[in-house]
Design a protein around this ligand. Structure first.
Ligand SMILES: Cc1cc2nc3c(=O)[nH]c(=O)nc-3n(C[C@H](O)[C@H](O)[C@H](O)COP(=O)(O)OP(=O)(O)OC[C@H]3O[C@@H](n4cnc5c(N)ncnc54)[C@H](O)[C@@H]3O)c2cc1C
Length: 498
């Protein structure tokens, strides 16, 4: 049967990372969660090494965390979003503790909080060393499994959002089935894997974002793609690039090239270090992270595997012993600040559509995300969406079986994305990318998202945050770009019916 009548009218949550599970757990009614893989696999949330930022330390204050977030965002944060989401940090930690997340503690009392680059206070809560994301997710997965009202459909993804007269009426799945519903919650994660070099899981290619855009939802800040300076530079056979956390540089590891020469200050902000490495590689060098000696003089050698067990394991799986040799690294796409534009309830511009987590753009991150704010945002906004849905009207559902849309392509444009909309951008490269992808966007989701990134990056004729135009230095345009596909010449509602 094409229509899944059993779930008619239920909220449908697309994506089972931290944002999707937070939404499901905070809803007060039965819901369906779509997950491409068994719960917990293939979500960026599982991979988070750093942790979750919240102003809970005795020397910290929400106002300081807000100030750091605004500084990282380089003039483009939405102040109201920053205040709301950062302000919810302490209560998020409380709920996660209640749900059984075993944050590391100092002795038996307060949480052991860590300092990260661009945070003025130690405020990053960790679980099990560098396994924070997995630790948080495992606790939430256990909660989800204990609640029969949450139905998880494994191996199922959202393909299309069926909208009639500006309102969601249902969703089409990759199985060819249709769920009639007035409530679609997008929690599909970022679009990093559109690029050839990315730390994100392979399934995070922005297909949910494409579905929202095709249904007419507004996008925002699409040009802002954050690169992490140090992904492991090894042949991955198409798999994601393992990440070497900033904490390794924080603990004293230094960046060198193949001659053993240092060429930049490792402790600058993420985007500056990424650009320094990108330029050095363009000059023909290879880049390594040398974790054999720490600045303390004690060396990292004896402590690397203990302090960074997950990273040490990733290195060893690729034949690298970080205790004895420098680790080859390169920048890789790590986070997308842009996404489906939402308000502080997570509402998109299309009625009946909510978005939370990395697929959404609340304006919290502005032009650059402050490290460890994204797990916080995913949890807080998942909760905000659920509260909004809980308080909204329960409309009766009345959608007939609509015509089934044609399947859309998802071709690989990683090399073109790296070249045209990478760390160092210019007009020629962006134009070439947009010209290549735009004609394909009607029938291919990856082309659509890539074209939207290129189009927004072309429009931003300045360098700000993670968006670096080598042909337009300096920041001149403190304005955020919100747009629909129609606004950028990609046809709105470009769904082709079979
Ligand atoms: C290696 C790595 C380390 C990181 N470290 C940190 C950190 O220390 N602190 C921090 O704050 N942030 C960190 N981040 C960022 C953070 O992990 C993510 O931004 C956050 O987890 C996003 O949560 P999410 O629920 O929105 O998305 P995800 O956790 O990615 O979950 C989205 C899910 O949706 C699925 N999906 C995709 N398309 C569809 C579809 N069409 N239908 C249904 N499902 C779909 C995906 O497969 C995935 O399972 C890190 C990211 C990476 C990649």
């Amino acid at each position: 049967m094409m229509t899944l009548t059993r779930f008619a009218g239920w909220p449908v949550i697309a994506g089972a990372g931290l944002a999707g599970l937070s939404a499901a757990l905070h809803l007060d009614r039965p819901c369906v969660v779509l997950s491409p893989t068994p719960l917990g696999e293939e979500a960026a949330s599982m991979l988070a090494q750093g942790g979750l930022a919240a102003a809970i330390g005795h020397d910290d204050d929400v106002a300081l965390h807000i100030r750091d977030t605004l500084a990282a965002g380089d003039g483009l944060c939405d102040r109201r979003a920053v205040e709301a989401i950062i302000g919810a940090g302490p209560s998020a930690i409380e709920t996660l503790l209640d749900w059984g997340v075993a944050f590391n503690r100092k002795g038996s009392s307060s949480l052991d909080l860590h300092l990260e680059a661009a945070h003025s206070r130690a405020r990053i809560a960790h679980v099990r060393g560098d396994g924070s994301g997995a630790g948080i997710m495992q606790a939430l997965i256990a909660q989800v499994k204990s609640l029969p009202r949450i139905v998880v459909l494994d191996g199922v993804t959202l393909e299309h959002i069926h909208a009639v007269e500006g309102r969601v009426r249902g969703v089409w799945l990759n199985t060819g089935q249709f769920i009639p519903t007035n409530t679609c919650i997008l929690a599909c994660g970022g679009a990093g894997a559109l690029y050839a070099g990315a730390t994100s899981p392979n399934s995070n290619t922005g297909r949910g974002l494409a579905a929202a855009a095709r249904a007419g939802a507004q996008l925002a800040d699409m040009e802002f793609v954050q690169f992490h300076p140090t992904a492991l530079d090894v042949e991955t056979g198409g798999a994601r690039s393992p990440l070497i956390s900033e904490a390794v540089r924080g603990a004293g590891a230094v960046l060198i090239d193949e001659t053993g020469t240092r060429f930049t200050d490792e402790l600058q902000s993420r985007d500056r270090v990424s650009r320094a490495i990108a330029r050095h590689r363009l000059e023909g060098h290879r880049v390594f992270l040398d974790a054999r000696s720490g600045k303390t003089g004690k060396g990292l050698k004896q402590i690397f595997s203990r302090q960074f067990p997950g990273i040490a394991l990733s290195c060893r799986q690729h034949g690298i012993d970080p205790d004895r040799e420098p680790i080859p690294v390169r920048p890789a796409v790590h986070y997308h600040m842009g996404g489906v534009a939402t308000d502080l309830h997570g509402r998109a511009s299309l009625a009946g559509l909510w978005a939370c987590g990395e697929v959404a753009c609340t304006g919290l991150h502005g032009a650059n995300r402050l490290a460890s704010n994204s797990l916080l945002e995913a949890f807080v906004m998942g909760r905000a969406v659920a509260w909004d849905v809980n308080n909204g009207p329960r409309e009766r559902h009345s959608c007939q079986d609509p015509s089934r849309p044609a399947r859309l392509g998802a071709a690989s444009f990683g090399q073109q994305m790296d070249k045209g909309a990478g760390i160092l951008r210019d007009q020629d490269g962006l134009e070439a990318l947009a010209t290549y992808l735009t004609p394909l966007a009607d029938r291919d989701d990856h082309a659509l998202v890539g074209a939207a990134i290129a189009s927004a990056a072309l429009r931003r004729r300045e360098s700000r945050g993670s968006h670096w135009r080598v042909d337009c230095q300096g920041a001149t345009e403190a304005e955020r770009f919100h747009f629909t596909l129609k606004d950028i010449g990609l046809q709105e509602r470009s769904i082709v019916y079979a």
